[in-house]
Design a protein around this ligand. Structure first.
Ligand code: KIV
Length: 272
């Protein structure tokens, strides 16, 4: 299959809003390193997210909480160097913006200055309003994140679908409108009912990007390791696997080991 490269111009936050207006779906995927980011960008991805899911898939933690700002900066620097067209969005990690808007703007400035990313993503609505305002007033574009917000997993106690009940659904809708009014350029909606994601998408002017939020959002995002079948332990209903790289890599590595053991590698042609 060829790559989807209809428009070779660099993706900007403004262009994402225009995509929503003309009904063009937005494709977003995570990346954490130079080599994978380069392939994903060449394939025509609109947005590459350096997600704090790096904590899980890159560092083997069971939650996103342990990853630090320094570590997120390291991953983002590598991705930034590879990406020519996609918009690069970096997650601010847990503890770098909640509850202290001064620290929030400091973290966001560090992320932008030290990595050259295009925007940052933070989780929450009304409770992080001051941080959102302060970061935006520093000229830093923000993507919001509502619904299942993994940095609050200890508050939720479960990774189950959020906002099924009226009260939580109304709060999510209010938070989405708030983020829109404050000037965020997009919102990730994670693991919420499809009908609610549709309502949010129809209400706000900025693009919504869903993960486990049904087909009506303006775009979709997945974690690269899940989507490529590198990580096989995580199989939620919303995940579509496009490859089985776990087996592909394992078989290739086993083949390499066999060739070494059998004195087959390297051969004459592969030697100097
Ligand atoms: O960190 C991440 O990968 C994310 C996506 C799940 C949206 O926030």
């Amino acid at each position: 299959m060829s790559t989807y490269t209809e428009d070779l111009r660099a993706v900007t936050t403004q262009r994402l809003i225009e995509m929503k207006q003309r009904g063009e779906k937005i494709a977003m995927l995570t990346a954490y390193d130079y080599s994978m980011a380069s392939i994903i960008d060449k394939a025509g991805m609109d947005v590459i997210l350096v997600g704090d899911s790096a904590s899980n898939v890159m560092a083997g933690n069971s939650t996103t909480l342990p990853v630090t700002l320094d570590q997120m900066i390291w991953y983002t620097q590598a991705v930034r160097k590879a990406v020519k067209r996609a918009l690069v969005v970096a997650d601010l990690p847990f503890g770098s913006y909640q509850g202290n808007s001064k620290e929030a703007v400091h973290s966001a400035i560090r992320m932008m200055k030290e990595t050259g990313c295009d925007a940052i993503k933070i989780e929450g609505g009304l409770e992080i309003k001051d941080s959102v305002q302060r970061i935006l007033s520093a000229g830093i574009p923000i993507m919001g994140h509502l619904g299942l917000t993994p940095q609050s997993i200890n508050k939720f106690g479960t990774y189950a679908v959020r906002a099924r009940e009226t009260e939580e659904a109304q709060k999510l809708l209010d938070d989405a409108q708030l983020l829109d009014e404050l000037g965020c350029f997009g919102i990730v909606l994670e693991k919420i009912p499809a009908d609610l994601a549709k309502r949010v998408t129809e209400t706000v002017h900025i693009p919504t990007i869903g993960i486990g939020a049904g087909p009506h959002t303006d775009g979709q995002v997945l974690v690269m390791h899940d989507m490529l079948g590198i990580n096989t332990e995580f199989s939620p209903r919303f995940l579509r696997r496009y490859a089985n790289l776990h087996d592909e890599i394992k078989n290739s590595v086993a083949h390499y080991i066999k060739d070494i053991k059998n004195h087959d590698f390297p051969n004459e042609k592969e030697s100097y």
